[in-house]
Design a protein around this ligand. Structure first.
Ligand code: MG
Length: 426
């Protein structure tokens, strides 16, 4: 089996994603002289940890990738205890963390705790200023339960708005014929919007979210003039596409956001404003994941902090971009050039419509480095000449090099083997 390795130092500028593999070093992993049988008695090292994306790295749809099962055998000892800190960082958001952890446990045959799972919406628990406001949450799955777990106390959904004001949602002609004309005059004003995941019915969500933005949350009493800036809008998961069972990538929440941004601009002539964009590739999400990784290390008995994070992902625009962005943030912080905290890192972009306060976590020592590893079992396809360079609007312009992985490997097993080699951990 060929092993593709692209060390950071071998990168040349300028370079495009398409020619990455032309510069790969090839070495046969199976015959590597340094590879030894894994000891199950090694103490857990304090120096490095893993972050894994899930879709396209660990699973494709409901199917686990065989390389993932093999790689996790190397990550735990004979008692199933992790030998190195491991965190999952996914932009999926239609599950509770405990449900995701249980699914991973079943698929990988290794006990995964919910403390090891970071989802796109996880950092919303830090946005306490919105927790007691009347918030419209858009997405699928157990939205109310997820929102309550994050701290929100007064949530409504697109379906709730449709039930309160049926005449507002008329794209679907079948609905027009059967709907009641009755409206709920006591429906409370909406004070903020959280776009958690792609909705099931995009037409309804696009129409009703724009209605809320254009009426300042007062659907029954729209102001004569466009309220601008509009009410606060937080969005999770910016993935344009993701890889499920199908042979081609599918629309992600980022595709829904593009539609919403364009429609708002077309109708109002103004730019839709994100109060915050969270989930990969945002630094806030990476910082939160770093914190979770340090906590996992502690739970394993590691004395010091995790200094080097290896982020394994299949998407150049979210995983690789996010890991590189965070590496740059850590480098600035270490050199004393970070002028402000992580909150400023996300609020410094775009036009913001409210003063954003982020309740910081009990912050543990951050990592010093974050290295990106691209796998080819998901969205990224080295053989394809079509390359999506989508980046969320508020992350533009993307600086040179942020989409270039530090390492390229065929799958997650090779990623784990590569890191063990780098760290001389066998
Ligand atoms: Mg992925």
């Amino acid at each position: 089996m060929a092993f593709y390795l692209l060390p950071i130092k071998s990168l040349c500028q300028p370079r495009t994603v398409c020619n990455i593999f032309a510069k790969c070093l090839i070495s046969p992993m199976g015959s590597h002289p340094k590879q030894r049988a894994i000891s199950t008695t090694n103490p857990v090292p304090a120096e490095f940890g893993f972050m894994f994306d899930i879709d396209g790295v660990i699973v494709r749809g409901k199917e686990v990738l065989p390389a993932a099962v093999e790689s996790f055998k190397k990550l735990v000892d004979s008692n199933g205890k992790f030998r190195v800190p491991v965190i999952f960082v996914t932009n999926a958001g239609n599950n509770l963390r405990c449900q995701k952890a249980q699914k991973l446990t079943d698929l990988l045959g290794v006990k995964i705790s919910q403390e090891q799972v970071v989802m796109a919406h996880s950092p919303l628990k830090m946005f306490k200023q919105f927790h007691n406001k009347r918030v419209l949450v858009s997405g699928q799955g157990p939205i109310h339960e997820i929102s309550m777990n994050l701290g929100f106390t007064n949530v409504c959904t697109v379906e709730d708005i449709r039930n309160a004001f049926p005449v507002l949602d008329v794209v679907d002609q079948k609905r027009r014929d059967t709907m009641t004309r009755k409206i709920d005059e006591k429906f409370p004003r909406i004070e903020a919007i959280v776009l958690m995941q792609e909705p099931a019915e995009w037409d309804s969500a696009l129409q009703l979210i724009i209605d809320v933005l254009m009426t300042n949350g007062k659907l029954l009493d729209p102001p004569a003039k466009l309220p601008y800036p509009h009410i606060p809008l937080l969005a999770c998961n910016m993935d344009l596409q993701w890889m499920a069972e199908a042979w081609m990538p599918r629309f992600g929440h980022g595709a829904f956001l593009v539609c919403l941004e364009e429609l708002y601009k077309k109708i109002t002539g103004r730019d839709m404003i994100y109060t915050a964009l969270i989930g990969k590739p945002s630094e806030l999400t990476m910082h939160h994941a770093d914190n979770m990784c340090q906590l996992h290390a502690k739970s394993l008995g590691v004395q010091g902090s995790v200094k080097r994070i290896y982020f394994v992902g299949d998407n150049l625009n979210t995983d690789i971009f996010g890991a590189n962005l965070y590496h740059r943030y850590l480098t600035r912080q270490r050199s004393g050039r970070a002028v402000s905290g992580i909150a400023a890192a996300i609020t410094g972009r775009g036009n913001h419509n409210c003063e954003l306060e982020i309740e910081t976590e009990d912050v543990h020592a951050s990592a010093e480095e974050c290295h990106s590893i691209l796998v080819q079992t998901g969205v990224y396809n080295a053989a394809s000449d079509t390359f999506s360079n989508h980046s969320p609007r508020d992350f533009l312009p993307v600086e040179e090099g942020l989409r270039e992985p530090a390492f390229c490997v065929p799958d997650v097993l090779r990623a784990v083997e590569l890191v063990f080699q780098q760290e001389k951990f066998y």
